[in-house]
Structures are given as C-alpha cells and as structure tokens.
Ligand binder design. Structure first.
Ligand code: NDP
Length: 476
C-alpha cells in the first residue's frame, strides 16, 4: 500500500491498472477521503488471472497445489498469515473500522478475530481431511481431490475481512490460486492481507487483488475463460447476474445472497434473553448483516410488551452502531421507512437520519402495524429497521415465517424444545437458531434456500466447492 493510494496486488507486487481513473473510498462517518483504488477493467483482470494461472502451472496445472505447495505448506502458510494478522490486530481493525464505519471495538473483537479464526480453521481442516475410498467385491474406488484452478472471490462491504478470509481459507487450503475482487467501498484490509501473504512467503500469483467496480472488474473475472470457479457473497440481484453470465460457461458458482430473516417469538420465551437476542439480530452492524432478524413475528399475548421493550433496546443500540456504508444506502433505507409510513405502518422509534457530521447515520427503527405483504416487510433493507407482526398460533407463525422469497436464516425463541424442533423442521431457511442468533460453528453448512443463494459454505462444504472430486476405480 502506498500512502493513500491503493494498487492492485498481482504476482506478489503492487500493480497499477491500465487506465488512470481512480475510485475514491470515503469514510462513512463524515465523508472524508480515506484512499483511492484503481478502476480496473477487463485488461487488468486478464493480468491478474494470468498471474493466478501461472501459479497453478507451477503446481503442474492442477495436478498439485498452486505454486507447488503441498498440504503441509498450505496449512503452514495459512497459520503464518493468521499469526501475523493477529499481531497487527489493531492496524487491521482500524482500517476495517475506517472503511466500513463500524465501531473500532467491533472490528477488534469480531471482524478481525473471526478472519484469523477462518484462516486457522481451514489450515487445520485440510490437515484432517480424510481421503474417501469405497470397496466392493469387484473393485476399489478412490475419491481424489484436485484443485479447481484459478478462482474468483467476490465479496461485499459489510464484513470485508471476515468474508474474504471465509472464502480465501478453503480456496488456498484446497490448492487453488485466487483473484479477489473486494467491494470498491471497503478495499483496504484485502490489500493488507494480500501483502501479508507475500510477506509470509506465498508464491507469486497465489493471491491476487483486483480493485474496481463490480460491473466492470467483477464482471470481467466472471467472464474470464481462465477463471474456473466463482465464489460470490452479495445481493440477490447481483448473484442472479453472475449466475446468468457463468451458466453458459459452465463455471462452478457459489452464491451467498440476501435475506429477510424471521425472528419468531413465542409467549413462553425467556423474555429478557429473547429481547437481547432479537435486538442484536436486528441492529448489530446497523442491520447490515445478511443474517439480521429484520422481521419479528410475535405471539399476540406478548406483542405490546415486546414492542415497548424493543423500542428501549433500540435507544441503547443507537450508541453501539456506526453509520450506514454510504449516504446513497442511507437514502435507500430511509425510503423504506417512508414507504412503511405511507402503507399504514407506525414508526415506534427511529426512522430518521442522525447526522452528527456529514456521515451516513441512521437511527435504529421499529415499525408496527404493517401488512406482512408490504414491501418494507418483504424486501431486504440492510439497515437497522425491523417490522413487527403479531401471530395467534404456531400455524400462523409458520405461515408468516415462510411467506418470503428469501430463505437464509431464522430464529425461534421459546422454552418449549419440542415445539422448537418441530418448527425448525418446517422453516424454509438454510439455518435455524433456537434461543440464540448467529452462533457459529465453522464446521456446519452456511447458506440459504430460495432467493438467498445456492451452494453452501463452511467446513467440508467450502472445501468441496474449491475442489474437483475425482473417482479412480480399480478392478479387483
Ligand atoms: P453487491 O451485490 O452490490 O456487491 C457484492 C460484490 O459484488 C461487490 O464486490 C461488488 O462490487 C460486486 N459486483 C457487483 N456487480 C457485479 C457484477 N455484475 N459482476 C461481478 N461482481 C459484481 O452487494 P453489496 O456489496 O451491496 O453487499 C450487500 C449485499 O450482500 C446484501 O444484499 C446482503 O444480503 C448480501 N450479503 C450476503 C451474505 C451471505 O452470506 N448470504 C453475507 C453478506 C452480505 P462493487 O461493490 O465494488 O461494485
């Protein structure tokens, strides 16, 4: 990184883009300039992809790992980078906090440590991965992993470091070479990480960073004939565009997309921990979390008490969150609240911009009285805005919970574990939490049903995505 000017990172060094146009990265807190990045296009993408391809060639073009690294080398590399990021925790957290606007302590305690954990997790997982073999009277079948090749990792701005490492860890563990395209809004920690890999002795071209706009740099990667797989996290509309481009090329694609996740609260829940849990699910990271619980469904008997208490919680969360990522995004969030008011919703708190300086601040907002079919209750807002909807019994709760195009995650709050299990079975979401939210074990599958994506990340699901499973059958 050179001062306030970031470059692409290709084949182990800073590389300028062919064009001179640069994109400004602004602080969401006050709109001041943090740094600028290159506005890369298809030519720059090909330079980055060719660096990745050369690195694959060093490993025998896919016979072995990128750069000739074997499993032990890759594992050691991931551990070494994890250690050095941990030593520089404060620097990484400051950069992440500046780019995203999230409070420094959140970046220190959540984002960067989780990124370190991701790298260590996959360093260990690759060491523990057992080759599969199936024997019958007539043959022995071995299943062999082979790297997919050069892969594109396209990531959003809400958890830039964590989500990049969540893909990078398994991609490197399985022997691939990478071109990553971070969000243009949060480019800094990705660049630091690429430098870190080079510093830790990664072969040139193992991990390349291509900065620029999604529709140009990102799109060029998806279209590149030398990119063999695309792992994407972001909005559903972008995911659909990527799928349309990748499908005729028969590329492997993993899509982790948006959500409109229900928090289902039964009257028999433990009230104070439920309140704490659903408030966190609603407002953490200013609601800019794909997993956030933005639709609260509550049993009639508890409705009024829950609304009142959640409004109190919202006031407390106001001091714990940063601004939204940009003013444009704040305007989008505000437009949903205005729409809710027009559609007959009652804005119980929040709903307005909070602008201490010139930043993209928005107050935690609680909305009641809206039809569940209204756009505010159906579309992903990605801000600190929740709608609350009463239900009379379990059947109605389930009907409302599943009445959405999305299917990422949901939470159930009850003291009746039989009911929780029954309800969890019928919820149309990739993930269900009971009496907790976003509690993660990195071994389990992560991903959504319906319009929330296709494919799964986490544990062996990530490792399977970043490898070609091959079968060798030997006649006995
Ligand atoms: P976007 O879909 O706008 O962007 C995600 C990434 O894709 C960015 O790097 C973006 O680049 C890039 N991109 C945009 N257009 C294209 C394209 N045509 N081809 C290739 N790449 C492209 O999402 P946001 O960054 O706005 O992130 C918020 C969204 O991400 C929310 O909808 C949220 O639900 C979802 N998300 C899902 C998660 C999950 O695991 N399911 C986790 C976190 C977020 P650039 O921004 O630089 O233009």
């Amino acid at each position: 990184m050179k001062g306030d000017t970031l470059s692409n990172w290709i084949a182990g060094q800073a590389v300028e883009a062919a064009g001179s146009e640069r994109i400004e990265n602004l602080d969401p807190r006050d709109g001041t300039l943090i740094n600028t990045i290159p506005c890369s296009g298809p030519k720059d993408a090909e330079v980055a992809v060719s660096a990745a391809s050369s690195c694959m060639e060093q490993g025998g073009g896919g016979q072995g790992g990128a750069g000739g690294l074997n499993v032990a080398d890759r594992s050691a590399l991931l551990r070494s980078v994890a250690d050095s990021v941990e030593r520089r925790l404060e620097q990484y957290a400051e950069a992440e906090s500046r780019d995203t606007g999230k409070p420094l302590e959140v970046a220190m305690e959540v984002d960067i440590p989780r990124g370190v954990e991701n790298l260590r997790f996959f360093a260990q997982a690759i060491e523990e991965r057992q080759p599969m073999s199936f024997s019958s009277a007539s043959s022995v079948n071995e299943v062999l992993d082979r790297p997919v090749g050069s892969v594109a990792l396209i990531t959003p701005w809400n958890f830039p470091f964590h989500l990049l490492t969540w893909k990078l860890g398994p991609a490197i563990a399985m022997g691939n070479a990478i071109v990553a395209k971070p969000s243009e809004l949060t480019p800094t920690t990705a660049t630091m990480l690429a430098e870190e890999f080079t510093g830790a002795g990664a072969p040139d071209g193992l991990f390349n960073i291509l900065h620029g706009k999604g529709a140009e740099a990102g799109d060029a990667l998806v279209r590149s004939e030398n990119i063999n797989a695309v792992s994407f996290t972001g909005g559903t509309a972008t995911g659909r565009t990527i799928a349309e481009v990748a499908a005729p090329l028969l590329k492997k694609v993993s899509l982790e997309l948006g959500g409109k996740n229900p928090s289902v609260v039964f009257a028999d829940c433990e009230f104070s921990s439920t309140l704490e849990g659903i408030a966190k699910a609603a407002f953490f990271n200013s609601g800019q979390v794909c997993l956030c619980g933005s639709r609260i469904l509550v049993e009639d008997a508890l409705h009024d008490a829950l609304v009142e208490s959640l409004v109190e919680q919202a006031a407390q969360w106001s001091d714990r969150i940063g601004p939204l990522i940009t003013k444009e995004h704040r305007n989008k969030v505000a437009s949903y609240v205005a729409l809710a008011a027009k559609d007959g919703g009652r804005i119980m708190c929040g709903g307005e911009e909070e602008s201490p300086e010139d930043g993209a601040w928005f107050a935690p907002t609680v909305i009641c009285g809206l039809e569940h079919s209204s756009r505010t209750a159906q579309e992903e807002i990605f801000g600190p805005v929740v709608t609350i909807h009463p239900f009379k019994d379990e059947d109605e709760a389930l009907q409302l919970a599943n009445d959405t195009d999305f299917g990422l995650a949901g939470t159930i709050w009850t003291s009746d574990m039989v009911r929780a299990q029954r309800f969890a079975q019928k919820m149309e979401t990739g993930m269900v939490w009971v009496n907790t939210w976003n509690e993660r074990d990195l071994r389990v599958p992560f991903g959504g049903m319906k319009q929330s994506g296709s494919g799964r990340e986490g544990g062996r699901w990530s490792m399977d995505f970043f490898s070609e499973a091959r079968n060798v059958c030997v006649k006995q």
